[in-house]
Design a protein around this ligand. Structure first.
Ligand code: MOS
Length: 735
């Protein structure tokens, strides 16, 4: 096997993608796996049926804090079709996130949140297992719990670990207190955001089957290798003994980044019973026993001089999490980078609560942090009498304001100007509550958007068969984001073949390891690995043709050079394969890398009912080269819809007496539906990032959600004159 390595060392002066005679990258191609999905042939985890398979249903704690003193499963075991009731400590093993260890400190009888798995009922059918799970009797001794972040604020402490060193727990520069005291204008307010649920369409599901000492798990994970390693740790196995397959994933948003209880449950039950076991979470179980975006309490202070130049930014955030868990919501992460100001503090603290595990959710940190920062900027603009777009332009930094390193690319100013133009921002009424049509108050709002561009090691194998067909293989997943299509586009352009000549295999831990789908890095990392492999394949093909690769033209399935044209299949002989791998390099510390954007929206608020409708939307985004404008636009729209949900409806409500999730289904946890969303206009600027990677692309998936909710809240203020700082902006807060 030939290996090809690329390290992210800037600059990437030239991308071979720009040489493609008939470029597919940059064109809005349909998803290549789309027909499989719409015809039901793409098989998701729960759709695997194995001979002799048993069904498991999790038994979960009906209290929020305490000890199980007796778990009486005698009646359950005697029920029709019941095979076993398992109460292994492994059942609660839960990796949670990239940083998670899959080894929570407590045993299965020690309950730290309402709905925590405490046993697994296994039967010959799902219905029998569910009936048995309900028949398990649980006695417990209660312990006082803490179910509310606001009640736990005074216990908040710094996080125990800065996840990968990325989140910057505490940064401090200059003298914020003096600067605030001397500022002409000061904003000093508290914003709060509730727990959110990822609410992916496909519930968590796992089908486990052991073949001797090896476990095969059909599951739904964004990063199968991460989940595999966490499961191996939990079960005391070597990673090579586990294979996880996630070829299709019906959404993740962070809720499927790390191992969740269904996978460990299926694995241990299948091992114990010597037969395949399927565990599919009901929607309520997903809401109660997987993960959530932590709630936040954010004090944000801005100081500015009379010209609207920020003199101080202080963003002090408190989020909530289970005891002993390392992940924290880095709500100040965007504040490190978005605006210039000589005096600055960004701080994160965590209060320990008895609510289900806090994990990453789409744009962890930025999504909720920009709800406060971008609303605070709106308040400051109004106080100063400066247009909010102009205020942002006046505080555009030349370099990273804390780290004093250059930006790899930053088109925020362009996004703001182009967006304002496109939306017709100058037509808005500056005076709040001054536009009305019948009973509808009309308002306009905007916000900036930023999401960090991250890079992790990733590998992909690219093969050429004797028939000239190209196969791409990587453990990377497609969680609805377009990975299958994008990787095929890159290979098609670099090797000069048709899209229909490229096969893509994803989501299998036996394939070369990727960085997985998370953090908006999936397309750029896996895509760069494919790039590295194709670069080497071009060399091998040129060698086989006996021509210098610099003179070779790759098009129409042929290599043409020096008057000769040969098919790739012919040149590949019995076949060629290259393992491409990419790793972070000097680019990843030397440059501040992020995608930027600007959102503009119109809302209509009913003067009688307080109902808010989003009526019009324009976003201008810049994320380097856009590999596929169709899938990227879908990502942006999806993110914006998430942002609208965070602004208006989404709130995981925890009963203040038990932590129980009160609204644990999609009927009660309100994500926006089609009727809630207008046409969303998204424009990507034509940007190239020559420091990020050889694709010259940056992350897209989480950019849309960042700032989107703040644009809505700012528009609500413009419509009504009411500032809501306690998200979501439900109608009761407007009346
Ligand atoms: Mo994302 S929250 O890293 O899936």
């Amino acid at each position: 096997m030939t290996e090809a390595k690329l390290t992210m060392d800037a600059p990437f002066e030239h991308s071979l993608l720009d040489d493609a005679p008939k470029p597919r990258v940059g064109t809005p191609l349909d998803r290549i796996e789309g027909p499989l999905k719409v015809s039901g042939r793409a098989r998701y985890a729960a759709e695997h049926f194995l001979p002799d398979m048993a069904y498991g249903v999790l038994v979960r704690a009906p209290f929020g804090s305490g000890t199980v003193t007796r778990l009486d499963a005698d009646a359950a075991r005697a029920m029709p079709g019941v095979i076993a009731v398992i109460d292994s400590d492994l059942l609660i093993r839960n990796g949670g996130d990239f940083g998670g260890s899959a080894a929570p400190p407590q045993g299965v009888r020690d309950v730290v949140y309402f709905g925590q798995p405490i046993a697994l009922a296994v039967a010959d059918s799902f219905e029998h297992a569910r009936a048995a799970a309900l028949a398990v009797r649980v006695d417990h001794e209660a312990r006082p719990g803490i179910y509310d972040l606001e009640a736990a604020l005074d216990r908040a402490e710094p996080p125990t670990d800065d996840i990968f060193g990325l989140f910057l727990i505490h940064t401090e520069q200059g003298d914020v207190e003096t600067a605030i005291a001397q500022a002409d204008t000061v904003i000093d307010e508290v914003w709060t955001t509730p727990s959110h649920s990822h609410a992916a369409m496909e519930p968590h599901a796992a089908v486990a089957e052991w073949d001797g000492q090896r476990l095969t798990l059909q599951a739904s994970y964004q990063s199968p290798v991460v989940s595999r390693d966490q499961l191996a740790t939990a079960l005391g196995l070597d990673a090579t003994q586990i294979r996880i397959l996630s070829p299709y994933v019906g959404g993740g948003f962070g809720g499927k980044l790390g191992l969740m209880p269904e996978a460990a449950a299926a694995a241990i039950a299948a091992r114990e019973l010597g037969r395949p076991v399927k565990v599919v979470m009901a929607r309520q179980t997903v809401f109660e026993a997987t993960g959530r975006r932590p709630a936040t309490h954010q004090r944000l202070r801005l100081g500015a001089d009379s010209d609207g130049r920020l003199t101080a930014i202080a963003h002090e955030t408190i989020t909530d999490q289970l005891e002993g868990e390392t992940f924290f919501e880095p709500a100040g992460i965007a504040t490190h980078v978005l605006y210039a100001a000589p005096n600055r503090v960004v701080d994160h603290k965590v209060a320990r609560v008895n609510k289900l595990l806090g994990v990453s959710m789409r744009a962890p940190g930025e999504a909720v942090g920009q709800l406060s920062l971008e609303c605070a900027m709106d308040e400051l603009a109004e106080r100063l009498g400066i247009d909010p777009v102009e205020l942002r332009l006046r505080n555009e930094p030349d370099r990273h304001p804390e780290l004093d390193i250059p930006f790899s690319s930053r088109s925020l100013a362009d996004c703001l100007r182009t967006g304002a133009e496109r939306f017709g921002w100058s037509n808005r009424s500056v005076v709040p509550a001054s536009r009305r049509e019948g009973e509808w108050l009309i308002g306009h709002g905007m916000a900036a958007s930023v999401r960090g561009n991250l890079f992790g090691p990733s590998q992909a194998r690219v093969r050429i068969g004797a028939d000239g067909r190209i196969t791409i293989e990587t453990e990377m997943t497609d969680i609805g984001t377009g990975t299958y299509t994008i990787l095929a586009q890159i290979a098609a352009d670099l090797l000069g073949v048709a899209m229909s000549d490229v096969d893509v295999r994803l989501g299998d831990t036996d394939l070369p390891t990727s960085a997985g789908s998370g953090g908006s890095w999936g397309a750029t990392t896996a895509g760069s690995a494919v790039y590295a492999a194709c670069l080497e394949l071009r060399d091998l093909l040129a060698d086989a043709a006996g021509v210098p690769v610099a003179e070779a033209r790759f098009a129409d399935g042929m290599l043409t050079a020096r008057g000769q044209a040969r098919t790739l299949g012919d040149l590949a002989g019995a076949g060629m394969a290259v393992d491409g791998s990419v790793a972070p390099g000097q680019s990843n510390g030397a440059f501040s890398q992020a995608s930027y954007g600007a959102h503009f929206c119109e809302v209509r608020v009913n003067a009688t009912t307080g109902e808010t409708r989003v009526a019009r939307w324009s976003s201008v985004l810049a994320a380097g080269r856009i590999l596929n404008p169709k899938t990227a636009t879908s990502q942006a729209i999806g993110g914006i819809v998430f942002g609208i949900g965070a602004a208006l409806t989404e709130e995981q409500v925890h009963d203040s007496r038990s932590g129980k999730v009160v609204n644990r289904d999609l009927g009660e946890y309100h994500v926006p539906v089609h009727a809630d969303i207008p046409d969303i206009d998204v424009l990507f600027l034509d940007e190239r990032d020559h420091a990020a990677n050889p694709l010259l692309a940056k992350g897209v998936g989480e950019l849309g959600v960042c700032g989107a909710g703040a644009a809505v809240a700012n528009a609500i203020y413009n419509a009504t004159g009411v500032r809501i700082r306690d998200f979501p902006c439900t109608l009761d807060k407007l009346l």
